[in-house]
Design a protein around this ligand. Structure first.
Ligand code: ADP
Ligand code: ADP
Length: 228
């Protein structure tokens, strides 16, 4: 069943930059897709459109065969992880993870349990009371993953999430992410400009090129790569 369908999409920014031209992409349930390509090929633009952030200039994006106006209202279907952890520095880890629940006005015992589960999932149960600055970069990134997943979204969109981290931390987080994907049956779209990362993580690599940004190939990745 398709989770997101991108059909004949163009994106032209206000200054005339053609960021995407004739892009088609279908993300199916349970897939782990990488968007791979050089800087400026439109990866972030495409990911943002898949998150319902910004309007297409031509074509259409659908979620579960519906419009964003329908899906967006439910609020908890999509989750977005940015390159920087973008945590609130003045708030403890627990409060950071709680943010999407607060926005949905989810309170009470069930909300607390969701936060516990999200923290446990990323291995940070003991750090609920810590402040972001007390944690390493990799831990902060895991907090932002917990925050993204706390509402139980059906689609996780990640824009070079580990790009700012050192290579060892990044490899560790990639392994963590693969395990989480496998254990929880997530559907993930992951932006990267690393061929290694794309091949290591995903079921399918969507290769993009620049000027204008477009999809030039889709490569299925089979075993024997160690998936999770
Ligand atoms: P990538 O993520 O692959 O680096 P982007 O989607 O960020 O690519 O950018 C695609 C193209 O669109 C680039 O040429 C970039 O300069 C341009 N672009 C991105 N955002 C904007 C914007 N807000 N306004 C104008 N041009 C933009
Ligand atoms: P701030 O850093 O903004 O003052 P708080 O200390 O109020 O944040 O804590 C943020 C949230 O974390 C609160 O809603 C509270 O329920 C929870 N919290 C605080 N301390 C603990 C604790 N020891 N165990 C579990 N949850 C806690």
């Amino acid at each position: 069943r398709p989770v997101v369908t991108v059909r004949d999409v163009d994106k032209v920014y206000g200054n005339g930059t053609v960021a995407l031209k004739d892009v088609d992409l279908t993300v199916k349930e349970g897939e782990f897709i990488s968007l791979l390509g050089p800087s400026g090929c439109g990866k972030s633009t495409l990911l943002r459109l898949m998150a319902g952030l910004g309007e297409v200039s031509a074509g259409k994006v659908n979620w579960w065969e519906q419009d964003y106006s329908v899906v967006g209202q439910k609020g908890r279907k999509l989750a977005f992880v940015f390159q920087n952890a973008t945590l609130m520095p003045w708030a403890r880890v627990r409060k950071n993870v709680r943010l999407p629940l607060d926005l949905n006005r989810d309170k009470g015992e069930e909300a607390e349990q969701r936060i516990d589960q999200a923290l446990e999932m990323v291995g940070l149960s003991k750090f609920g009371d810590a402040f972001p600055r007390e944690l390493s970069g990799g831990m902060q990134m895991r907090v932002s993953i917990a925050r993204a997943m706390v509402t139980g979204p059906n689609l996780l969109l990640m824009d070079e999430p580990f790009g700012a981290l050192d290579e060892m931390t990044r490899n560790k987080l990639n392994d963590d992410l693969l395990r989480l994907w496998k254990d929880n049956g997530w559907t993930v779209v992951f932006v990267t400009h690393s061929v290694y990362e794309a091949v290591y993580l995903s079921n399918r690599v969507v290769v993009m090129a620049a000027r204008p940004g477009r999809v030039i190939d889709e490569v299925p990745i089979e075993a024997p790569y160690p998936r999770g």
